[in-house]
Structure formats: C-alpha cells, structure tokens
Ligand binder design. Sequence first.
Ligand code: SF4
Ligand code: SF4
Length: 180
Amino acid sequence: MALESQVLNLNKGLVNFTHEVEKAGGENISVCYQCGTCTGGCPMGRRNALRTRKIMRMTALGLKDELLKSDEIWYCSTCYTCTDRCPRHVKPTDVIIALRNMATRQHIVPKNFLATAGFIYQTGHGVPNNDANRALRKKLGLTAEPPTTHMYPEYIPGVQKILEATGLMAIKAAVEGGKK
Ligand code: SF4
Ligand code: SF4
C-alpha cells in the first residue's frame, strides 16, 4: 500500500476513535484547549499518576491503543470536579468513563474493578457491610444493616439482572476464567 494511503487510513482510524469517544458521552473533546484546569483540580492526580489534561489530549489525537492499555484511566474516582470546572465543557469524567467502557469491552480491566463488580453482584454493594461497621452503626443508634440490599436482599436478583444485561459479568467470567 502506498505511504499516502497508509497515512490516510491511519488518520481515519484516529478520527473514528475520537468520534467514538464523543458518541459515548465524551462530547466536546475536540475543543479542549489544554488549559490544565482539569489536572489542577483533580484530587486523584495529587495522589497518583492520573493527568487528566494528558488523557484529553491523547483522546483528541486518537491514541486509542495507548489509552485503552493505560492504567491511568482507572485512577479516576469519577468525582466530576474536572467536568464542573472545564471552561470548554469537555466533560473529562465522561471521556474517561467512555475509555474505560471501551477498554472493558476489549477485556482490558483491572482485577480489583472486577472484584468490586463481583461484590455488587453478590451483595448489591461494592463495599459490603461488615461486623466492625455493624457494631459502629448500632453504637450510633442505627440498624446494623443499611436500608439497601443488605436489609432487603430480595432485590439482589434485580441488581444481578442489570449487571448481566450490561455484559460485565460475562466479561468478568472470561477474564477470570469462569468465576462470578
Ligand atoms: S479543563 Fe477542559 S479545556 Fe482545560 S485541559 Fe481540561 S479538558 Fe481541556
Ligand atoms: S472526575 Fe476523575 S479526572 Fe476528574 S477531577 Fe475527579 S478524579 Fe480527577
């Protein structure tokens, strides 16, 4: 293939990826002017390697493989501070969520996220209640279990149906070799 058509195909792929992220909720990515407000206000970036501005730039440049394989997209706590503050309404949080969804569909997902999905599947909570919490709750005059699926476990099958409908449990089983 001639070099020119290779370059054209490559550019097409990069643009398609950026559009894919935009369609998945990461709209306005192309108007990011790299001011750094997102990185400056990011509470997670103070503690780990997450650099939100860099992720926005890489997305606008269409660097799909690098982004989907990056640990960085999993360091975000989805607090939405960057989205609230972005002067260009880029919605960096939704860009990161879109990237995570794309990575997950390719089975690139950290094991601890899958473990959390497993807890939600089994109990309805990413962090289930435990004896220490129950004792503390009682001390505060609360019921040992919160009024969630812990108190109403009959709603857990509904949570399981939702998780199964998203395809996440099948991905988890495939990545972990059959374990739910
Ligand atoms: S705050 Fe908005 S415009 Fe500024 S770098 Fe971040 S995403 Fe881009
Ligand atoms: S949503 Fe994520 S990237 Fe944005 S400020 Fe919060 S932790 Fe940082």
